[in-house]
Design a protein around this ligand. Structure first.
Ligand SMILES: Cc1ncc(C[n+]2csc(CCOP(=O)(O)OP(=O)(O)O)c2C)c(N)n1
Ligand code: SF4
Length: 248
């Protein structure tokens, strides 16, 4: 039989800790495939966050560390400056990156640090029980917005990719979605460009990945993917928001 797919070699054989239908695992696969295709496995240092993906170091076998809540970009900055030959990635959820870690992220981007961030936008704090995140949609019910997010009380969702694209430091900023095979292929292309931005020394790069959290959304995996298409993508459109010369 013809082999059409096999798991990346960099994946460990450990059983996943993600819920059924969670797209964190797809994001992991794209990163591992690209590290292999671009011959970066030995140079890679991944800074994992707090949140459901904190155990990412158990699933992707590279050098790695874990940053306290939101501090991944600060830690990655230190690693990259001390070891410029390393290929440094931060992997962060929206609670981690856009809530308590927003300052670190914005300033690392503004400084044009030569690191790459993979940003998982699943609209809530997954690990701690589904609290409202900066990316929670207007009207969305979470454990801390039981009547739905209200702009007058909770403010508006933050569009991280668009916001960072206004800065001069980033070389590549894009948003993709993990809801369908076509979008997953596009996400891989965007992450490849983000990696290229770091390899060419052009500046900070970030790919936001619109993701699911079926458990806290209280949906089946299929309903969660449908919600991404119907409700999330109209608010968080996919596309490239900043591409400096050389990355394309
Ligand atoms: C300093 C600190 N404050 C709070 C927490 C609790 N905490 C752990 S995970 C998490 C939320 C993570 O949510 P997100 O970044 O959206 O990732 P997800 O679980 O959705 O993948 C929080 C608040 C912590 N671990 N450390
Ligand atoms: S709680 Fe949500 S983000 Fe965390 S593993 Fe489950 S589905 Fe994924």
């Amino acid at each position: 039989m013809k082999l059409i797919y096999k798991a990346p070699e960099t994946f460990t054989k450990k059983p996943t800790t993600y819920c059924p239908g969670c797209t964190h695992g797809i994001a992991h696969r794209l990163i591992a495939e690209l590290l292999e295709e671009m011959d970066l496995v030995k140079k890679a240092v991944i800074v994992w966050p707090v949140g459901c993906s904190v155990f990412g170091y158990d699933f992707i076998d590279t050098d790695a560390t874990v940053a306290a809540h939101g501090r991944a970009c600060a830690m990655a900055t230190g690693i990259k400056r001390a070891h410029p030959e390393s290929f440094v990635i931060t992997y962060q959820g929206d609670g981690d990156l856009a809530s308590i870690g927003m300052a670190e992220t914005v300033h690392a981007a503004a400084r044009g640090e030569l690191i790459t961030t993979i940003f998982i936008n699943n609209g809530n704090f997954g690990m701690t029980g589904g609290q409202m995140a900066p990316t929670t949609l207007i009207g969305q019910v979470t454990t801390t917005s039981p009547y739905g997010r209200k702009p007058e009380v909770n403010g508006f969702p933050i569009h991280v990719a668009e916001m960072l694209a206004t800065l001069d430091g980033p070389a590549y900023i894009a948003r993709a979605s993990l809801d369908s095979p076509q979008h997953i292929n596009q996400a891989k292309n965007f992450i490849r460009k983000a990696f290229k931005a770091q390899l060419l020394g052009l500046g900070y790069s970030l790919v936001e990945l619109v993701s699911t959290c079926p458990t806290n959304w209280k949906m089946t995996p299929v309903e969660a993917l449908e919600r991404v298409r119907k409700e999330v993508l109209p608010v968080f459109p996919i596309g490239e928001f900043r591409v400096v010369k050389g990355v394309e």
